[in-house]
Design a protein around this ligand. Structure first.
Ligand code: KG4
Ligand code: ZN
Length: 348
């Protein structure tokens, strides 16, 4: 609808410079500039390289988004920007840019939580999120289960990883299999040709003794070590490593734990909607397994298309739009870039 507010979102928390524009729940532009190739040879994101790349990309990406949406800065009703969590120097570029544009064009600015934005982006594909919902948030830096009562005002954490994030596990296992960074997409691809039942890798924090204290928590570091030991044993024996089988068996273990804990949370709380967000939500096996298992319990799974799962500006605009619609007040112009912004703070 033309009278819904026009929101621009800026994302710079990691290695993607994203500017998205939405009207209500309608996506009008999603411009992205990635520095991922500059980090690939280091096997992980180098913060200083990312900050510099954001600085170079932010103005052209902004211009591209406005052109794509066919609007000017004057037409925008509010600017939303990722305030945290993320890399401090990277966040600073986006926050400073948002403040500059907001001041110049006299627009309100909303500093928002990157993780809540990973949940909000699904509204661009599936419309308003029924509340309460359970959210499974799986990215390169975070893995959490959340109760979403009111996404505009706060979420309740139910559990989180006690060591590595799910995406981090994909990245580390890819590295030891000789696959490129980031590791999620190549493992996803390799796994299609592999046998997911070939190797019985451990399912962290699922034993009865662990469930008492960690019902909704995750642990992926033991799994990563198990994969490393298995691969080393093959190499020591002078045998080839069946990359596709290892990738498929590893992926199966991650997806098994993520989906079983997320659905257990839905059932325990009597909640019928599970929304999955973050880069790992792009994983084809996770999407299929969640759907398949949820169907048995009459639970609806909402996962946005893969391009919206990984970091982008549209997710920030989507959360901004949700905040404006809910009547949440804008941030002050001195809003912080907070690398450790808690999950429970949706906007600053
Ligand atoms: O949300 P995101 O783009 O950035 C963070 O906020 O961290 O997530 C990036 C993570 C990386 O670890 C990447 O390997 C993982 O998401 N990822 C995937 C897939 N695509 C991206 N993991 C599994 N399967 C995929 N298809
Ligand atoms: Zn992210």
């Amino acid at each position: 609808m033309a009278d819904e507010p026009l929101i621009l979102g800026i994302e710079t928390s990691c290695d993607e410079t994203g500017v998205g524009i939405v009207r209500g729940h309608t996506l009008l532009a999603d411009a992205l500039a990635s520095s991922v190739e500059e980090h690939a040879r280091f096997g992980g994101v180098v913060p200083e390289v990312a900050s510099r790349a954001h600085l170079e990309a932010i103005v052209p990406t902004m211009d591209r988004a406005l052109t794509e949406a066919g609007v000017t800065l004057a037409d925008i009703d509010a600017i939303a920007v990722t305030s945290g969590p993320g890399l401090a120097g990277a966040l600073l570029v986006g926050v400073a840019a948002a403040k500059g544009y907001a001041l110049a064009a006299e627009k309100p600015v909303y500093g928002v939580n990157h993780l809540a934005a990973h949940v909000a982006v699904d509204t661009l594909e599936h419309g308003p999120l029924p509340e309460p919902a359970i959210a499974l948030l799986v990215s390169g830096g975070h893995s959490s289960l959340l109760l979403v009562d009111d996404l505009a005002r706060g979420v309740t954490p139910l559990g989180a990883t006690i060591d590595d994030a799910a995406g981090e596990a994909f990245d580390k296992v890819a590295r030891l299999l000789g696959l490129p960074f980031p590791g999620g997409p190549p493992i996803d691809r390799e796994a299609r040709a592999g046998d997911a039942a070939a190797i019985a890798f451990p399912r962290g924090l699922t034993a009865a003794k662990d469930l008492a204290a960690h019902r909704y928590d995750f642990s992926f570091s033991g799994l990563k070590t198990a994969v490393a030991r298995w691969v080393e044993a093959r190499q020591r024996a002078g045998e080839p490593v069946p990359v596709a089988d290892v990738a498929a068996s590893f992926q199966e273990a991650v997806c098994d734990v993520l989906t079983s804990k997320a659905l257990a949370a839905c059932r325990a709380q009597g909640i019928e909607t599970l929304v999955i967000g973050g880069g790992v939500a792009a994983n084809s096996r996770l999407r299929a397994m969640a759907e398949q298992r949820a169907e048995k319990y009459g639970i609806r799974v909402r996962v946005p298309r893969p391009k919206l799962c990984t970091d982008n500006g549209a997710m920030v605009a989507a959360l901004g739009s949700h905040l404006v619609a809910a009547g949440v007040a804008p941030s002050r112009l001195d809003l912080p870039a907070d690398s450790a912004l808690p999950l429970t703070t949706v906007s600053v």
